[in-house]
Design a binder for this molecule. Structure first.
Ligand code: DAK
Length: 260
């Protein structure tokens, strides 16, 4: 039986996909400390389960997540923020090896936008709105917004969003390269699950190492990144799935992945 949480819901979709739904609709899924704890627990549990080959995280039609819970930050000082050590949780999610798809409808703001950007791909509904409005409440992005947004959309748009708090529409996000696709709101979750199904139909070790290698492109030189890619490439030749994949191609049949 699936574990139950207070602020998120988890479920299986088919044999290989684990879903996480943010479930604080009354506050637009604001990410309070307890929600972050639950997210870390759910992501870590899925990541340790060899049956799970892709994770899908979503909110509801009105909001993916409208940011960190402002009520929990309004009175906090620097020392308290430091002692809360929230970055440990964000770092844990960042290190999840299983591919993650975010299905975003409605608001993805502040920490909500940062959470979506921590995922590997984003499927957006036509009603999705992305923004880093922290400056409007006197602070700035703190969970990767200035870095991942800039890498995704470039300096001009990132600077504008971070300095003015302007939200961008789903189509602007698509043009800027922040999201993978934009689809009608009625089907955004189905489309995200279909994308996850496609990822889950791939050999899982190759998918994990490929994810790791793409992410490496963001924090290293080309030389070191290429070295890293090569090592992962060689490593895959010692998996049964690589031999099965090539054999199946030559025998003109579908491969059967073992995840080994
Ligand atoms: N926190 C707490 N409550 C929120 C909230 C939030 N971020 N966003 C919305 N709500 C609550 C509203 O207060 C309201 O509650 P009630 O008044 O009904 O009790 C309810 O959700 C519905 O919101 P609205 O009535 O405002 O709904 P509207 O449709 O009129 O407006 C809105 C939607 C999204 C434009 C508006 O709610 C809004 O501007 N929300 C705040 C967006 C925002 O500023 N987000 C950035 C927050 S700062 C960190 C990592 C990350 C972060 C910080 C630290 N560490 C690792 C240390 C991230 C910081 C942030 O995200």
């Amino acid at each position: 039986m699936e574990r139950t949480y207070q602020f998120i819901r988890i479920a299986r979709h088919g044999d290989h996909i684990g879903t996480i739904q943010l479930n604080r609709p009354e506050v637009l899924n604001a990410l309070n400390l307890a929600t972050m704890d639950e997210l870390v627990d759910a992501f870590t549990t899925y990541d340790a389960d060899p049956a799970i080959r892709c994770i899908v995280i979503y909110g509801n039609e009105k909001a993916f997540a409208a940011g960190a819970d402002i009520t929990e930050m309004a009175e906090a000082d620097s020392v308290e923020m430091l002692l809360r050590d929230q970055f440990r949780k964000w770092d844990t999610i960042r290190r999840v090896k299983t591919p993650i798809v975010a299905a975003v409808s409605g608001y993805a703001l502040g920490g909500g936008c940062e959470l979506a950007m921590l995922c590997d791909m984003i499927v957006a509904s036509e009603t999705a709105r992305f923004g880093q409005p922290e400056i409007k409440i006197g602070v700035m992005p703190g969970a990767g917004g200035t870095q991942r947004l800039t890498r995704a959309v470039g300096k001009a748009l990132a600077m504008e969003m971070v300095l003015t708090g302007r939200m961008i529409s789903a189509y602007e996000a698509l043009r800027a390269g922040l999201v993978n696709k934009v689809v009608p709101v009625e089907v955004y979750l189905d489309e995200a699950l279909a994308l996850a199904d496609e990822v889950a139909s791939m050999p899982p070790i190759a998918a994990r190492l490929a994810k790791e290698s793409v992410l490496r492109a963001f924090d290293t030189t080309l030389e070191i990144g290429l070295e890293y890619e090569r090592k992962n490439f060689y490593l895959l030749f010692s998996t049964e799935d690589a031999h099965e994949g090539m054999k199946a191609f030559l025998e003109k049949r579908q491969p059967k992945w073992q995840g080994q």
